[in-house]
Design a protein around this ligand. Structure first.
Ligand code: OKP
Ligand code: ZN
Length: 341
């Protein structure tokens, strides 16, 4: 399996996060890649492939031009305004948003955002282009019938067409799914196993029937992103029935989590997709610092083998997983279980 990776992720390194009322070192930072990389190497993955060049047209149909322009210019606007640190939105539009963002950058940042945990630094765009490029690398492999992994950060599944959120700015899983369709595939399924609901991915494809989106996650009454991911969110218009949510309670152990996974897998099989995209978050781990599921190290290869039974060329896109060395073992474990399964 090809693993697309580049050091360019280092260019996204926000300095501080407000977490439960305290300033902390961001949970999402370059140290995560050290942990992931160490686990990948322990598992025997040593061969990493540089991604193809970033092609900005890969964002067509995924993110809006206004949002992309905002992301690319936000840091310079923030500095020009004389503000300190990284772009950190703090004021959010209540429903509905106006048709146009405010001119002031502090307001514009909130307009294109839905949670005050997502920062833009001077060089973030370099890292974001690299995550999209790695996603495009997996698409090249999958188009040849081979599965592949985008070993990337920051994650993407909370980012919608025109907003960032939950450490996510570009939606790499959506970019991969759209690129597969652009290559001529008729149907693509996205399976989101991150412990948080993939609200951005859901939103991007909500009214479409060419992408089936299935997500297993902490139920919204107690888990970020809080306002989406209920069972009754099923898609709209011709997309009705093509969004599948599996909200699960805090403390869910592997057997119950796997039951939901097997149900999602059965529905993905019925959809008859040409390819699968997996939003691979490993923050389902029992010792993840910001999540509440109870999966153990041995569960990751086990569910990788379950996913393999679909027999689909699969693009694995790295999402969340924080703070502990096991995130590397668990990401590698899914890939090993999938490859051997
Ligand atoms: C991203 B991914 C602010 C609390 C908000 C955001 C969690 C984002 C998770 N400190 N937490 O789904 O792993
Ligand atoms: Zn997550």
């Amino acid at each position: 399996m090809k693993i697309y990776y580049t050091d360019d992720h280092l260019a996204h390194h926000p300095k501080a996060e407000v977490h439960r009322g305290k300033m902390v070192t961001p949970h999402e930072g370059p140290h995560r890649m050290d942990l992931l990389m160490a686990g990948m190497k322990r598992a025997g993955f040593t061969d990493f492939t540089e991604p193809p060049a970033f092609d900005i047209t890969c964002l067509d149909g995924v993110h809006t031009p206004d949002y992309i322009h905002f992301v690319q210019t936000a840091w310079a606007r923030w500095k020009d305004a004389g503000y300190a640190g990284d772009v950190l939105p703090m004021s959010f539009p209540y429903n509905p948003r106006r048709a146009k963002p405010p001119i002031e950058i502090d307001g514009a940042a909130g307009y294109f955002c839905s949670s005050a945990d997502t920062m833009i630094t001077e060089t973030s765009w370099t890292a974001l282009a690299s995550t999209a490029a790695c996603a495009l690398g997996t698409v090249e492999s999958v188009a040849k019938g081979e599965s592949a992994f985008a070993l990337i950060r920051p994650p993407g599944h909370h980012a919608g067409a025109d907003y960032m959120s939950g450490y996510c700015i570009l939606n790499n899983a959506a970019i991969a799914a759209q690129a597969l369709l652009n290559k001529g595939m008729d149907r693509v399924a996205i399976l989101d196993v991150d412990s948080h609901h993939g609200n951005g991915t859901q939103d991007i494809f909500y009214a479409r029937d060419d992408v089936l989106f299935a997500s297993l996650h902490g139920e919204p009454d107690h888990h970020f992103p809080y306002f989406w991911g209920h069972k009754d969110e099923k898609g709209a218009g011709k997309g009705d029935g093509y969004t599948l949510n599996y909200p699960l309670p805090a403390g869910t152990h592997y057997p119950a989590w796997r039951n939901a996974l097997l149900d999602a897998i059965a529905k993905i099989r019925n959809f008859k997709p040409d390819a699968l995209v997996v939003s691979l978050g490993v923050d389902t781990f029992e010792r993840d610092p910001i999540s509440s599921f109870k999966l153990k190290v041995e569960d990751y290869p086990a569910y990788g083998a379950d996913i393999a039974k679909l027999g689909l060329p699969t693009s694995f896109i790295m999402e969340g997983g924080y703070g502990v060395p096991e995130i590397g073992d668990n990401a590698a474990g899914v890939l090993k279980g999938f490859s051997e399964g």
